[in-house]
Design a protein around this ligand. Structure first.
Ligand code: NAD
Length: 259
């Protein structure tokens, strides 16, 4: 997978128009490259426009960068309008942008950080859903990146955890609205993934003491999450709807308090 459009293993998204938020880095970057490899015309949206442009350059072909601040509803509408103006349709929206911040327990999360975490990780998903719902194509799919912290508690960052739980709730609550348009919506709930969001592995969201207890050992890679996003967005997952798919190497299945 060298990131050039059309160089993937198939053309599963040939002719499809895919929007990825948070595409400048980590999971979003990996997914944008994979959708392009599968033949999609990919719009890479991010607050970091230069970063999104770099990913577009990596992809080549018909990919394009779009500025967005997912926390701002008008910015989300403008992003989607840019896609429609350029491509005339939207088949897949991977609403993936997120923010973790610097947090190490309840005492370290002040009101400003709470507001920012909710604005990006919860309201950002709401804004994205609201912007894409009116235009999503028949047979289309929305995939939201929530978190394993969207299905269990996360003492290290309670506000992030609450926002990600909210994102899962939004996904489940919007199934009917998208079904009315012949489209699906699902969430991915990654465990610890080695991306800039979590910094170096020794300052990760998954406490380092827990890493040996991930059955598949240590961190996942952005590529692991990207592959699940592609599958959820594909016709192969055509009857998968309203789900919060945990992708964590098995950590939650075996999680037990440290004694
Ligand atoms: P990352 O930091 O590598 O990428 C996040 C991207 O989102 C960046 O390019 C950033 O510029 C963009 N972004 C941040 N705020 C934005 C905003 N307001 N508007 C538009 N773009 C914005 O992180 P990642 O690990 O690839 O994270 C992707 C998603 O996965 C996030 O939703 C994150 O919460 C989630 N997640 C990550 C992990 C992990 O361990 N890395 C675990 C669970 C969930």
């Amino acid at each position: 997978m060298n990131g050039k459009a059309g160089s993937g293993t198939g053309a599963g998204f040939s002719g499809k128009v895919v929007l990825v938020t948070g595409a400048a880095s980590g999971i979003g970057r990996a997914a944008a490259i994979r959708f392009a490899e599968e033949g999609a015309r990919v719009f890479c949206a991010d607050l970091n426009l230069a970063g999104a442009e770099a990913v577009v350059a990596e992809i080549g072909g018909m990919a394009a960068a779009v500025p967005v601040d997912v926390a701002d509803s008008a910015s989300n509408r403008a992003m989607v309008q840019t896609v429609i103006d350029a491509a005339g349709r939207l088949d897949v929206a991977f609403l993936n942008a997120g923010y973790y911040g610097q947090a190490d327990g309840l005492a370290t999360v002040d009101e400003d950080l709470f507001d920012r975490l909710v604005a990006i990780n919860l309201k950002g998903v709401f804004n994205g859903i609201k912007a894409v719902e009116p235009v999503i194509a028949q047979g289309g799919a929305v995939v939201v990146t929530a978190s394993a912290a969207g299905v269990i508690g996360h003492p290290g960052n309670p506000a992030y955890c609450a926002a990600k739980h909210g994102a899962v709730g939004l996904v489940k609550s919007c199934v009917d609205a998208f079904a009315a348009r012949g489209a699906r919506i699902n969430a991915i709930c990654p465990g610890g993934v080695e991306t800039p969001l979590v910094g170096a592995p020794d300052v990760a969201m998954v406490p380092v003491g827990d890493l040996p207890r991930v059955p598949l050992r240590g961190f996942g890679q952005a590529q692991h999450i990207a592959e699940v996003a592609l599958w959820l967005a594909s016709p192969a997952a055509g009857f998968v709807n309203g789900q919060a798919q945990v992708v964590d190497g098995g950590l939650l299945s075996t999680f037990a308090p440290v004694t």
